[in-house]
Write a protein that binds this ligand. Structure first.
Ligand code: TYD
Length: 210
């Protein structure tokens, strides 16, 4: 694959989206073609699935249904958008990807990492991130930031603090499991410091992969 696939993970409210916007501007300025996308979403079908998954009216959704819906949205996303972009040499910046399924459904919902990996192998169709940033922030702090922004609360955010703590512990476990791919970022730092750190990591990746 000619391009670079970079994903951003972390608890709700950890500042991923802001940083993705800053990185996009920077990378474009230095001459790269950049695609910014998100999960669940990124395609018409993916965005429609997103509406179902996050709708707080569907409290009865089972963990397996939830996992399969995320994986279905991902399958469409990979084949319709991510793979073609990487094949044409672009940098793809994706707000959440398969590691969110491992952390939220695998650890948070307790489905286990093996099941999530098995199901998602089909959805990924051979595509894996070159680099994954973990925005490390205490989940309590993340939820507080979300509330301060006054956004509506989605179905996942309605979950207990225990759930969000398991997700956070899950992400920490993933950092240990995939130490080469994962880059931990202290998300309590200021916007500019985080931006500098993510740029440095990406420039290193571009150099190494050449
Ligand atoms: P979103 O509003 O995009 O969250 P954030 O702004 O925090 O990134 O909502 C996505 C929610 O879906 C978020 O709570 C994480 C969750 N999620 C999963 O549980 N599994 C997944 O595979 C993905 C991609 C997201």
């Amino acid at each position: 694959m000619k391009g670079y696939f970079i994903t951003f993970e972390g608890p709700d409210g950890s500042g991923k989206t802001t940083q993705i916007g800053l990185l996009k501007d920077y990378l474009k300025e230095i001459g790269f073609e950049v695609v910014v996308t998100r999960e669940p979403g990124g395609t018409s079908i993916g965005e429609a699935i997103r509406e179902i998954i996050l709708d707080s009216a569907y409290g009865e959704m089972t963990p397996v249904t939830e996992m399969l819906l995320y994986a279905a949205a991902r399958a469409q996303h990979v084949d319709e958008l991510i793979k073609p972009a990487l094949e044409s040499g672009k940098i793809v910046l994706c707000d959440r990807f398969v590691d969110s399924s491992l952390a939220y459904q695998g650890f948070g919902r307790g489905l286990g990492i093996e099941l999530i990996e098995r199901v998602n192998k089909v959805a990924l169709n051979g595509i894996n991130p070159d680099m994954t940033f973990f925005f490390d922030l205490d989940p309590k702090e993340g939820l507080k930031r979300g509330q301060a922004r006054g956004e509506g609360v989605d179905r996942l955010e309605l979950e207990s603090m225990d759930f969000h703590q398991r997700v956070y512990d899950g992400f920490n476990g993933l950092c240990l499991r995939y130490p080469d791919r994962f880059k931990r970022v202290d998300a309590s730092m200021g916007i500019h410091d985080i931006h500098k750190e993510t740029i440095n990591r990406i420039l290193q990746l571009l150099k190494d992969k050449k």
